[in-house]
Design a protein around this ligand. Sequence first.
Ligand SMILES: [Zn+2]
Length: 341
Amino acid sequence: MRRGVRRTTDGGRPSRRRRPPARFLGIDIGGTKASAVVVDRTGRIRHRAGTVLHDRKDPPTVVARILRLVDAGLAARPGSVRAIGVGVAAQVDSRQGLVLHAGNLGWGRVALGPRIARHADRPVRLINDAMAATYGEWRVGAGRGARHVFGLSLGTGVGGGMIVDGRLALGSHGAFGEVGHMTIVSGGRPCTCGHRGCWEAYVGGWAVAERAREAVRAERRSGRLPVGFLDPRARQWTARQVFAAHRAGDPIARRVVRETLDHLANGAVGIANAFDPGLIVLVGGWIAGLPEAVERVRRAIRTSAQPTAARTRVRAGLLGEDAVAVGAALFARDGAVARAG
Ligand SMILES: [Zn+2]
């Protein structure tokens, strides 16, 4: 470059001095709520655009509320949102921006990406939420600098995503790494997907809560209910409560957690063997409630995986509950779909 001539790195035209700093909007759409953040080029959160609850789950209502989050993100100053990334708890067609099937929302096919793009007049990239979290951890979190990473997402559901040779693997339908619905018990517990015995039906947050509730009821029927911290009359059960009761010494919660960790560890050994990722990052709200899961998975892989896979490292994610939104924003920043397509 000749001295004294300012050029942009992409277009070759002289730069405009007062152009606002680039921002990227990331939206996390889960089964019960959606939230959005605005990040800068480095992935640092500069603004939280808010959270909306899905008290109604029909697509028009949910989409209208998400567009309000988009407006709130676009209005954030200083900066200018250049692209929008959306991580959805769904099977998605990333290339066309379509939600294909979102079990927790009860959605079939919804053209969400084009809808947001029209509204915001910005490019929009849509991906599965576990993939978004994996991408975020790889770019700016626990997987930074790694060439291969498997992100195992443990939340209400169980999912996954993988960086292979420095690129997010999408698979033929945008569903690469969807490990939650592998059958681990033939004819086992019913799953939200309509099948039985899925891994998620044992280690997903909803399943942990359900198994604890059943265990408490069984003890109650037997008349041997020990003094514990799980309230058998409670209407709403969450994995978080079960983990808290486990920490407080509740015997039923401890048993449920022990079994959950066994199922988790067995599945993670399978992932290490099958995908040879070198690094598994555990992401999602579940891990915050049960940090010992990281060491349990690490030990299982070291002792039970095939010799090469036994060297797989295991880490907890660093982005916490922001992983999906930050990852989606960075995915939009990188235009990864365009490159991958
Ligand atoms: Zn299933």
